[in-house]
Write a protein that binds this ligand. Structure first.
Ligand code: ZN
Length: 368
């Protein structure tokens, strides 16, 4: 029997705050396989009827790490995942969006650990009431830093798939989260007409709500349309008459934007615009599936014993566990897989964690 003391819990929580992220740019090869359709999902609801929540939208995030059937080819070490979610949250938090990790689960499946991105459907593998991230060993037969790094099945979406290579410098993880929360590529339409034919975004932004990526403050982005031989770094080199918009204006694409592809040419993806944050918030507030992932403000666990199954507890502000208000002790043990995630977690007298084959995690939330 293992009994966790207050000190070991505290040390565990502190460890999750370590390790800055290094942002080297490396060439991405078709790194995102998300299919971007020509329509704007937000237009299904008149803007006058949009729901508009307030404050930070904190959502439950559940992570499934796959290995092959025999346990080999584990997709990624668990502690690295927590560090990467913190990095993504620090960026999303700027726009009042955040994810609480409410569980990290290992599953063995050669099929789901090595998907064909166009035909492997994970909708039957998701966890209810949570945005699910599936971390896999290879996609379309390519492992490591080659081929597709990740994808969301739709825009918006209730889950995403990524390889370990999608974390860290590439920021594919947060790029796919952007797709799942309603964002298109900055070059939609303008850089790739097959993606939104006849709807090039103008440099002056006057058609930005109906063409391009439907976000007005992400500048029109021709990406590779004007050529590739002069590309490199964060300055767009093509200003000649052959590479201008319908008004003969010179492009100034958003080369550091998370939803761009300029990381293919050594320009790091670093930012979302205010308009992109607004579009993600609008999508969360008005998509019933994404709204169902939002956490409660506060949670109390008391007068209960749980020895099996899953506890996926995420709160925006606080979780209290134990003999709260003299209502009875709270015990988690046996084979239970429990994760408690909040800004503040208070373990009161009467709290006992004694898992045998299970695990009990306490995660300080990265949301603020
Ligand atoms: Zn993408």
């Amino acid at each position: 029997m293992k009994t966790y003391s207050y000190n070991s819990i505290l040390i565990g929580i502190i460890l999750f705050f370590l390790a800055p992220i290094n942002l080297d740019a490396q060439r991405l090869e078709n790194e995102c396989a998300t299919v971007s359709t020509g329509t704007d999902h937000l237009l299904n609801i008149p803007a006058s009827q949009w729901r508009n929540l307030s404050g930070t939208r904190v959502m439950r995030l559940y992570i499934v790490v796959y290995a092959d059937d025999d346990g080999s080819n584990v997709a990624m070490p668990e502690l690295d995942i927590i560090r990467e979610v913190k990095s993504a949250d620090s960026l999303l938090n700027i726009g009042d969006i955040c994810f609480n990790i409410v569980g990290i689960e290992r599953r063995n499946s050669t099929t789901f650990n090595n998907p064909n991105s166009s035909s492997t459907n994970y909708s039957g593998q998701t966890v209810s009431n949570c945005f699910t991230v599936f971390i896999v060993f290879s996609i379309n037969g390519a492992s490591g830093s080659s081929g597709t790094f990740g994808y969301a099945p739709d825009i918006p979406a209730s889950y995403m798939v990524t390889k370990q290579a999608g974390f860290g410098p590439r920021r594919t993880f947060v790029h796919e989260l952007g797709h799942a929360l309603g964002l298109h590529h900055t070059f939609k339409g303008t850089g790739n007409d097959s993606d939104n034919p006849g709807c090039d975004e103008l440099v002056n932004g006057s058609n930005g709500t109906t063409c391009g990526d439907f976000v007005t403050d992400t500048n029109a982005d021709p990406y590779e349309r004007c050529g590739t031989s002069s590309l490199g770094g964060c300055t767009f080199p093509y200003t000649g008459t052959g590479c201008r918009d319908a008004n003969n204006a010179v492009y100034n694409p958003p080369m550091t934007n998370i939803m761009s592809y300029w990381a293919n040419y050594n320009c790091n993806r670093q930012i979302f615009t205010a308009g992109q944050y607004q579009r993600m918030r609008n999508t969360i507030d008005n998509n019933s599936t994404l709204s169902s992932f939002l956490v409660s403000d506060n949670l109390v666990y008391t007068n209960q014993t749980t020895n099996s199954g899953f506890i996926r507890a995420g709160a925006k502000f606080s979780i209290q566990a134990g003999n709260v208000s003299s209502s009875g002790n709270y015990t988690v043990g046996g084979s239970v897989q429990a994760t408690y995630s909040a800004n503040s977690i208070t373990l009161l007298p009467g709290f006992t964690a004694n898992p045998t084959s299970g695990l009990v995690h306490f995660l300080a939330s990265f949301c603020y």
